[in-house]
Design a protein around this ligand. Structure first.
Ligand SMILES: [Zn+2]
Length: 139
């Protein structure tokens, strides 16, 4: 018997890239200690498997612009790539969970922000606009 005391922080439909050519659709769930991806029934019938990543083993998180939505890449031994509309939110939550002790010097709240071409105000810490996915060139 397993007792689950994990709290879900974030949940959204996402695409998990097994490789550049293979992807599975399903639901991505971030709890206070794990990042879980549950493959949809259809894709699991093709042999796709979900993943469960222990946040304590994550050594890097990146976010990259995609054609449609940003990609969140989680490194934990291997790289796990997820594509979802609210990628920036997931990325921020992961950063807080995995690297909360790391400080960039300036406060995370009220830090400098820039206005993206789409009209949204975005923190300077971001490389990509969470709304439109535009890449910011840091000067
Ligand atoms: Zn934008």
């Amino acid at each position: 018997m397993q007792v689950c005391t994990e709290t879900t922080l974030f949940m959204q439909k996402a695409i998990y890239y097994v490789s550049r050519l293979m992807a599975a659709r399903g639901v991505l769930e971030l709890t206070d200690c794990r990042l879980n991806f549950q493959v949809s029934n259809l894709d699991s019938s093709f042999g796709m498997r979900g993943v469960s990543i222990d946040l304590a083993t994550v050594d890097d998180i990146r976010i990259e612009g995609g054609d449609l939505h940003p990609r969140v890449i989680v490194c934990s031994g291997k790289e796990y790539e997820f594509v979802l509309p609210r990628a920036q939110e997931l990325y921020d939550q992961l950063k807080i969970r995995c690297f909360s002790s790391v400080s960039s010097g300036a406060g995370d709240d009220g830090g400098p922000s820039i206005i993206c071409g789409c009209g949204h105000s975005v923190s300077e810490r971001y490389n990509f606009c969470p709304w439109c996915g535009s890449k910011f060139s840091k000067t």
